[in-house]
Design a protein around this ligand. Sequence first.
Ligand code: PLP
Length: 375
Amino acid sequence: MISFNCPPCYGTELQYIGQAIANRQLCGDGPFTKKCQHWIQERFGTQKAFLTTSCTSALDMALLLCKLSPGDEVILPSFTFSSTATSAVLSGARLVFVDIRPDTMNIDEKRIEDAITERTKVIMVMHYAGVSCEMDTILEIAERHHLIVVEDAAQGVMSTYKGRALGTLGDFGCYSFHETKNYSMGEGGALLVKDPALNERAEILWEKGTNRSKFYRGQVDKYTWVDFGDSYLPSELSAAYLWGQLEGADAINENRLATWNTYFSELSPLSESGRIDLPTVPPECRHNAHMFYIKCRNLDERQAYIEYMREHGVQTVFHYIPLHSAPAGLRYGRFYGEDRYTTAESERLVRLPIYYGIPADEVEQVIRHTKDFFA
Ligand SMILES: *Cc1c(COP(=O)(O)O)cnc(C)c1O
């Protein structure tokens, strides 16, 4: 079976895990955590990055830092992973789902403004497949209405919009280092914070409600419980694995892009003849080949294709059941306006195997079987 995903391993991870053990610090915020955070800050251009135990926890931190009140509203796409929404629920907010654009599958920036009410506090965007949302428009709307922008950039590490890294455009950016993402530590993530005034509050939240980080820097003479907090620090073992991945970040990115480009050029004839649709990457976006998807004509054809590929030894998967129609989505939110594309487009979409180091002959087989199916 050609697997859809394989957790990335660059080759240096085990050595760094050995070093973490030799350092005699396994809990979080040690040398590897600091190296990873520093790398993210320098490479992507953000004043502060916190490694977290997941993108879900980074999103939770971001929404807690927004300090919402019950009944406040958060605007977000319905076509996203549950974590985007659960963080907003944790903060006490009501969810207002907005339709997506069919070309990028991202939130439709033209539909956001109409969904804003006097209770709206936050716009959450999710950069699907590592292709950026239309951020200039979204940031301009947010500024005019005094709204906070949170980027779910779980899939967008190493992608850019007009030359700026995804995750650094909004007030908060959230990365995932889950094993299904481009760079991994098994389970993990990062929170990127734009406003330095929020660093201290974020650090307390991260460190179980204490001012322990301040204590270690010698800024206070004892550490104590100062505010609400949680446990968001990953262990040094996980950070050591991630350090190996970040060192290989360019090589991993180029390898994924090469696979993506092969799929795109080989499947272009099917798209030109109108049999399938291929992903769109707007000119101002540079993507990270997080995902390669095609769109079938409809749900029935997609099911037949997934089944055909399975019979031919290829694992393909679909994405997502729109949140507004899921049990929790019905409970916590509402869809604003017409669902023109969210449901219809999600039903056509199917993702092909792509991961760091996928063998070229496997990519060829996926392409061959796909061409045969649509012939
Ligand atoms: C993977 C993913 C997440 C969750 O990431 P974790 O690190 O597993 O918590 C959140 N949002 C999106 C869009 C994702 O793709």
